[in-house]
Write a protein that binds this ligand. Structure first.
Ligand code: FES
Ligand code: FES
Length: 152
């Protein structure tokens, strides 16, 4: 199938197998590996990307649904090689250990802050509830998102 869509602020036109998911397209088709394959079943959230600014699980969405739409992955967060404010907040807070969950966390957090620029800790924990982390205990991740929501 032919796909036309916008990925990380750039237009793309490419051919992909009909059965591919967005995760297949990113990792196998485009070698964009920030989006991680965790469970492949919609459970872990590590494949979270933003489709038209809404968080979705890339392992569950067929690539065919990208036609005419806008996709953002963790590769698209930085600009001119500089991290965005959420990435910087994660780094300052020490919010990553192995880092496997981090791309999905960043995108879920970005969607939260776009909808709610001044979240409470409860809001942050609720927004990230679908993103599993095996390492950090979540505390520093929540601190990072709250810090990113504060004055920049
Ligand atoms: S890999 Fe998509 S939710 Fe786990
Ligand atoms: S930092 Fe390792 S899974 Fe979250």
């Amino acid at each position: 199938m032919r796909l036309d869509f916008t990925l990380n602020n750039r237009p793309y036109r490419l051919e992909a197998p009909d059965h591919w998911t967005v995760l297949d397209l990113l990792r196998d088709g485009l070698a964009l590996t920030a989006t991680k394959y965790g469970c492949g079943e919609g459970v872990c959230g590590t494949c979270t990307v933003l489709l038209d600014d809404e968080p979705v699980r890339a392992c569950l969405v067929l690539a065919a649904r990208l036609r005419g739409r806008t996709l953002l992955t963790a590769e698209g967060l930085e600009s001119n090689g500089a991290p965005d404010h959420l990435q910087s907040a994660f780094a300052r807070a020490g919010a990553a250990q192995c880092g496997f969950c981090t791309p999905g966390m960043l995108l879920s957090a970005r969607a939260l802050l776009a909808a709610n620029p001044a979240p409470t800790e409860h809001d942050v924990r609720e927004a990230l509830a679908g993103n599993l982390c095996r390492c950090t205990g979540y505390t520093k991740i929540v601190e990072a998102v709250l810090a990113a929501a504060g004055p920049r």
